[in-house]
Each structure stands twice: as structure tokens, then as C-alpha cells.
Design a protein around this ligand. Sequence first.
Ligand SMILES: [Zn+2]
Ligand SMILES: [Zn+2]
Length: 365
Amino acid sequence: MKVKAAIATGQLQPLVIDEVDLDGPREGEVLIEIKSAGLCHTDQMLIDGSRDWPDYPVILGHEGAGIVREVGPGVDRLTPGDAVIPLAMPECGECPPCRSDKSNLCDHYFKPNPRKPLSWKGRPVASFISLGTFAQFVTVRAFQVARIRDDAPLDQVCCMGCAGITGIGAALNTAKVAPGSSVAVFGLGGIGLNVIDGARLAGAGTIIGIDTNPDKQGPARKAGMTHFLDARDYQGDSVVEAIHKITGGGADYAFECVGHPVLAQQAVDSTRMGWGMAVMLGIMPGAVTDTIPIRPRSVQAGRWVTGSYLGNVKSLSQFPQLVDWYVDGKLTQDNLISHRIGLEQINEGFDLLKSGQAGRVVIDF
Ligand SMILES: [Zn+2]
Ligand SMILES: [Zn+2]
């Protein structure tokens, strides 16, 4: 079938809106009509060249929500008409991480997926992390598609497959934020707002947001932020001192949501000696050999430094509960979407995201 999509032809090139050919679902796959899709900084990095990608042209996009229109042979979990969110992380249910309650990192995520259901001008086109939601329809493997409740507003929950799961999951599953505890969140973009939402849901008493843009205070306070620090007012590590002062000795948890090495170091140092935990969420630009400047004494003092990938939330068995919480009014998801655009405005959408002025930018198809 012919579908309209945004195609990335190479780094530092604007996305091209054009019709592409999409193959229908084969064994184990489903065809989804995408209703809304979110723009994420990870997509941005493949456009602005701050992250390597071996395979252009590619359809980017890894946040979205839609309706199943067709199922391939062997798919019995999903039927046409189901409301779904496709996720980057599969849950095959059979590999060691899927059988363990310690991790959501299904082995299939790390295996190459040679299948390319899309083609453009007769040439195969890659789909970013086997998704490619910047298209009217996608054909994806059923084991990376979460069935969600039918009454979920797709234009609101469309950002939950990356920003939502990452932020809320990091607070609840990775850090396991305790009631009455203190939390520092570096960066109030899509991920940071969801960390705040998750921390509030967990009952955190003090939630400090740190950002260079004071306009982000409004959505963050709605999500549950109790204190705001304008990063421009703090030189060097004085922001760390400010967090220690507010929390009376350091935050119980800190979350780095920007992807900046200095902020990673400050996040670690802003936590309390003895039990503070710093969770690294932002994707660091640059080569994979780059390092984060964490002071040995900071960790020797009993702090924990950990990563978290998609919030340590299993895509099929645990993620739908987050959508339930949203529909039941426990999350403030709609709060993080600042702009809505059509597919044709996608390049302007990424400009907005890069400017730091936007929360989440969403494409409505
Ligand atoms: Zn993302
Ligand atoms: Zn698995």
C-alpha cells in the first residue's frame, strides 16, 4: 500500500515528505494505522548528526499510538480495531531478560532485524529501531506492540512509548522512589516531566526541577514539582549546593534527563551521601567511548549510579498499566505536549524541539 511518510535521507538534511510503499504484515507482524506520533530528541540526533546511524534513508519516529488494521499469520494477541502503542523494546516472553523480573531488555532488541517493509522509489527504506512512526501506517512485529484500553485518547498517550515509559518507569521501577523522599530532576523536557509525574505518584515530598528555561516551570509544577532552580543562576557546582540546602543534605534520588556529562556529574553529587541514587536517562551525544566525569569520592561515599532503559518497564506486560493510570487521572500526560502539528510541518517541529522552547511536539495524522 502507499502511505505518506517523513523520510530522513541523511544527516543535516531536512526530512522529505513523500509517499512510500509499505508491505503488509507477514508471520508475527501487524499493520497499524498511526493516529498520533511524538517527536523525540533521539530522532533529532539522527537528523542533526549528533548520533551515528548506518542506514539512510530511514523513517524515524519511535513514539506513537494507533489502531491495528491487519494481523499477520500466527498473531493471536491482537485483532483489527485494537488500540495499541508500538514500542522500541520487544517483549518476546521467552529470552532470559523477559523471563527475569530484573530487566525489560529483551534479547530481540539487540539482534539485527533484517526485515524492511518500506520502500521508496523502488529502494528499501529502514525503519528506526524497527518502528518508524513518522508514517501513516507501520508494519511491525507484534511482540513490540502493547495493547491498550480502547478508551485511551491516542492523541494524548502517543508519547508514552518513549518519554512516558522512560520517565515514569525510571522513578517507579528503577529508582523505586519512596514516599516522603526528595528528588532532583535535571532537565524539564518530555522525560523530566514524566520523572516528576512518577515521583509524585510514588509520594515524593520534595521534587526539585532544574532547567535553563523558566517557562518550563508551569508544566513541571502541574506534574508535581515543588521547587524550581533556574540553571542560568548557578555557576559551576553551586546548583549542587542549592539542592543540598533545599533537601537538608542531598536528594534521595537525582535524574539526569538531558544527556550532558557535566549534568551527570552534578546529578550524582546532588544526592545524599550513604544512599543517594543518580539515574542516567539522557542520551549523551558523541562517540560511545566518551566518558562521564563522575568523581570517585562521590561514589565511594555510598551513592548509587545507575542507568535505566525505557524505565525498566516491560513493554507488553507492564506498560499498559501506565496508560490505565493516565486514563484514570493519576498522571498528567497531556501536560507535556506543547505543540501539535501535521506531518508536513515535521521539520519545523524538530526546530521547535531543538530550540528548547517545546515540551513534546506531536504529529496528528
Ligand atoms: Zn525517544
Ligand atoms: Zn525477550
